[in-house]
Design a binder for this molecule. Structure first.
Ligand code: ATP
Ligand code: LTN
Length: 334
């Protein structure tokens, strides 16, 4: 089949409660990109078990994340939204790619070092080879572009190196993917420490707005956001708290920082925080409403899960069979 649109792959882990940062920095972009590309958006549950999980909680969160993809506006008829664990090709290709990845390369991964220090009691081999599974995710679908945050760039570079190494030995097997880094302002910072990014693993619940927070909680968290004592609303790095509030405001209202600064000219921080709270509620309330409606329709979600897993497996298997043949596995007898 001729490729009409370029292929895009991305994934998110269902660990923790998703934040406004995940939505504005990733999901919202995914929706925009879904018209232009043939998209695969995976709930990467196999990556999640590199850190110990409660099985019931993981299952529930994975389904909630998949539902959220749809609620955010990704059309599951036109794009492929699926659980990584439903397509066995991910694990199979990851094994092969493990044999084309050097220990030294994996040793350099900063996320591994970071997670290993956070989970010193469980530094398992899966945590170490996490980037290889990620490479398998991307290469299985011959993805041209991969939208990721800056923190995942190192993993993407490794994916490119593995693909190029494999291609150099066996010919043109894999498409070498490019990173797609979202627009400026897509990095949402913590409301309590605007020098750190808003993160779902932050232990302070006031630091992050969770996607399922109710309107009053959202307003309260915005009101409590840390700012400064400059008493002027300008968009500049010297005022990271105010800048972050403006970034959130702009991302929620599709305005530019210049427009926002003009709008808040002469206003106090209280007014800014109130406006930001309303803007966030304006974006999250309809999203939450769609999530609740979708959750009621179990049969529909089940149908999406089944159909899209089959769609993903079809493409994945094509690549996998080609790779298996290249490395010398015997042909299957039909
Ligand atoms: P954790 O706290 O567990 O590290 P996280 O909240 O940082 O999680 P990830 O699961 O690492 O989120 O990332 C999911 C996606 O959301 C990635 O594409 C990432 O770039 C994006 N993302 C996460 N946090 C932010 C943020 N504060 N601003 C913009 N984008 C973000
Ligand atoms: N490691 C990524 C999630 C992820 C991913 C991928 C992203 C797993 N596989 C493939 C893009 C492409 C994260 O933690 N954000």
């Amino acid at each position: 089949m001729e490729k009409e649109k370029k292929v895009l792959f991305s994934g998110m882990q269902a660990t923790g409660n998703l934040t406004l940062g995940n939505y504005l920095g990733a999901l919202k972009n995914w929706v925009t990109l879904s018209d232009e590309y043939e998209c695969y958006y995976s709930v990467v549950d196999m990556h999640s078990i590199t850190v110990r999980q409660d099985p019931a909680v993981l299952r529930k969160r994975a389904r909630a994340l998949l539902t959220l993809y749809i609620a955010a506006g990704i059309d599951p008829e036109k794009n492929c939204i699926y659980y990584q664990s439903h397509v066995s090709g991910h694990a199979e290709l990851a094994w092969i790619l493990n044999c084309f990845t050097y220990m030294g390369e994996l040793n350099r991964m900063t996320q591994f070092k970071d997670k290993a220090s956070k989970h010193a009691d469980n530094i398992n081999a899966g945590l170490f080879t996490y980037p290889v599974l990620m490479a398998a995710d991307i290469l299985l679908y011959q993805a041209d572009v991969v939208p990721v945050g800056i923190d995942q760039m190192q993993h993407l570079e490794l994916t490119r190196d593995i693909a190029q190494r494999f291609n150099a030995i066996y010919g043109d097997v894999f498409t070498v993917p490019e990173a797609y880094i979202g627009k400026v302002g897509a990095k949402i910072m913590s409301l309590q420490d605007p020098t750190r990014k808003m993160s779902k693993s932050d232990e302070n619940p006031n630091a992050s707005i969770y996607l399922m927070d109710d309107p009053d909680t959202i307003r309260r968290k915005c009101k409590r956001a840390v700012t400064d004592s400059e008493a002027q609303i300008l968009y500049r790095p010297e005022q990271p708290g105010v800048k972050n509030l403006l970034d959130i405001y702009c991302a929620c209202t599709n305005k530019t920082p210049e427009e926002a600064v003009r709008e808040f000219d002469g206003c106090g921080y209280g007014q800014l925080k109130e406006a930001v709270g309303e803007a966030v509620v304006g974006v999250l309330s309809p999203l939450q409403q769609r999530v609740r409606e979708l959750e009621k329709d179990k049969a529909y979600i089940d149908g999406v899960i089944k159909m899209n897993a089959e769609k993903a497996a079809y493409t994945a298997n094509k690549t996998l069979r080609k790779v298996q043949k290249k490395v010398g596995f015997p042909e299957r007898i039909r």
